[in-house]
Ligand binder design. Structure first.
Ligand code: ATP
Ligand code: MN
Length: 469
């Protein structure tokens, strides 16, 4: 086969390819379908660079290789040399008239699981090693890439430094959820101390270690030196929550900013979320249009609503009052002091304000130890951003910067001082007002793709009883 410059389908369909018209080019990819008759074959070729397929036209009589053509079935991988021409058919601007085909790999039609269209998402989860080859997962994973890129771009443009916080952690202070143990001890025969307990001083790190549930505490150390940082990394939770919104391994974005109060924090969260969604509307239109058609008719309307509306900002106390006076019966009754449930959050966003809502100043008893105490002694400077359809998408706060107050909260909540001594020291040496928030990446992915299950927005979902691929 003659060596020709390979062209990506994206470049041929989305960029100006007029300089290649009527020239011989090469394309490579996987066969989505082959149709036709005994004179002409049409191959729909997809290389993952874009949701659309490139049409390959084969003049069967001129081609003179029936044996090879027979093997060009759905799922097979091929390389095609041919002339790029303006398409005669409708649905595509250009197509390729094949002159030579090389078969990299066949896909036995009797056995290839994606032979037919229309598989359920549940079935596709069982073949997570092949599901990236479907239109749906191609679209989702391209959007996932674009969203990751936009996150880094936003922070880079705004003077934030990407801080890599540890994945293996020696502290369990966040209390955000059950943790996965990291150990090299022999599980069959662990060393024991005098009380007969496992002696972790003999473990790899000389102490108990786990996979992190959040990079925030370390992120604060960075902010109190570099001013503005963000983390974007994997976090792990060993909760046995088999829901459509929880994973055991998920990605989290956590910016942390010195000299930001809660209002600066809210402004940042709002402009960040709008920037990301605007970026996707501009760069992922084909993939979004596909997902809208297949899964969620209101997808782009909802995304445009986020970009176009100012987020409502209310206190927890006001939110509770609105909910109490709503005349609604909720599954979880509302009264001051309760943690708001998704049904409450969605009522506020979807019925009351019809726009994203930021709730501030939650009761201290339902929030983490590091949040700044208000003067009322009852509430903390927390802020949660609520979105339609999913409820809380961002959780953040202004942090307690006064040593005595923070220390008091540590004691009050039974946190071991030896786990957080280093965190407390930042309030002893050059403490500064600062704020930050956490955004669950896959929760945002659910929102921007319209997918219903969090296992369908990450390539290799980790969930209870599920770590095959
Ligand atoms: P939830 O109440 O939904 O379990 P959480 O209160 O445990 O959430 P945080 O500890 O505040 O969540 O974590 C920060 C963010 O990480 C959440 O706002 C959410 O977007 C995301 N998140 C939390 N747990 C999970 C999970 N198991 N899988 C995916 N994302 C998660
Ligand atoms: Mn949780």
């Amino acid at each position: 086969m003659i060596r020709l410059q390979r062209q990506k389908v994206f470049d041929l369909l989305k960029k100006d390819s007029s300089h290649l018209l009527n020239k011989e080019i090469n394309v490579k990819g996987w066969v989505r379908t082959r149709r036709g008759n005994k004179n002409v074959a049409f191959i729909a070729l997809n290389d993952g660079s874009i949701i659309h397929n490139l049409q390959i036209v084969v003049d069967v009589n001129a081609f003179q290789n029936d044996e090879l053509l027979r093997k060009v079935t759905t799922g097979a991988c091929i390389s095609v040399n041919g002339k790029l021409v303006a398409s005669q058919g409708k649905g595509q601007a250009v197509e390729v008239q094949a002159s030579e085909i090389h078969l990299y790999g066949t896909a036995d039609p009797e056995k290839y699981p994606l032979q037919k269209k229309g598989h359920t998402l549940e079935f596709l989860r069982e073949i997570a090693h092949l599901r990236p080859r479907t239109n749906t997962f191609g679209a989702v994973f391209r959007i996932r890439h674009a969203l990751s890129f936009a996150i880094h771009r936003f922070f880079n443009e705004n003077g934030f430094f990407y801080l890599h916080t540890p994945i293996i952690t020696g502290s369990d202070a966040e209390g955000a959820g059950a943790m996965f143990r990291v150990t090299t001890l022999d599980m069959q025969n662990p060393p024991l101390d005098e009380q007969g307990k496992v002696d972790y001083s003999q473990d790899f790190f000389g102490k108990e270690t786990n996979l992190t549930v959040s990079g925030q505490l370390e992120g604060e150390l960075g902010a109190l030196a570099l001013s503005n940082i963000y983390t974007f990394g994997p976090t792990f939770r060993a909760e046995n929550s088999n829901t459509s919104r929880h994973l055991s391994e998920f990605w989290m974005i956590e910016p942390e900013m010195a000299f930001y109060d809660i209002h600066d924090n809210m402004d940042l969260a709002e402009s960040f979320l709008k920037y990301l969604i605007r970026y996707l509307l501009e760069h992922c239109d084909d993939d979004l249009a596909f997902l809208e058609k297949m899964y969620d008719k209101e997808l782009t309307a909802r995304l445009n609503m986020i970009v176009g509306k100012q987020f409502e900002r209310i206190t927890y106390t006001d939110a509770v009052e609105i909910l109490e006076n709503s005349g609604r019966t909720f599954e979880y009754p509302v009264k001051w002091g309760i943690d708001l449930q998704a049904e409450h959050e969605r009522y506020l966003v979807e019925q009351e304000f019809k726009r994203p809502v930021i709730i501030t100043d939650y009761p201290k008893d339902i929030k983490a130890f590091y949040m700044k105490l208000n003067d009322d002694g009852k509430t903390v400077r927390a802020m949660d951003v609520l979105f339609p359809k999913i409820g809380e998408i961002v959780g953040g706060s202004q942090r307690e910067e006064t040593y005595e107050k923070l220390y008091g909260r540590v004691k009050e909540m039974g946190i071991h001082e030896e786990d957080v001594w280093w965190y407390l020291e930042t309030r002893k040496f050059g403490t500064a007002p600062h704020s930050g928030f956490g955004l669950g990446f896959e929760r945002l992915m659910l929102f921007v793709t319209g997918m219903g299950n969090i296992r369908d927005v990450i390539p290799f979902p980790r969930a209870p009883q599920s770590a095959e691929f």
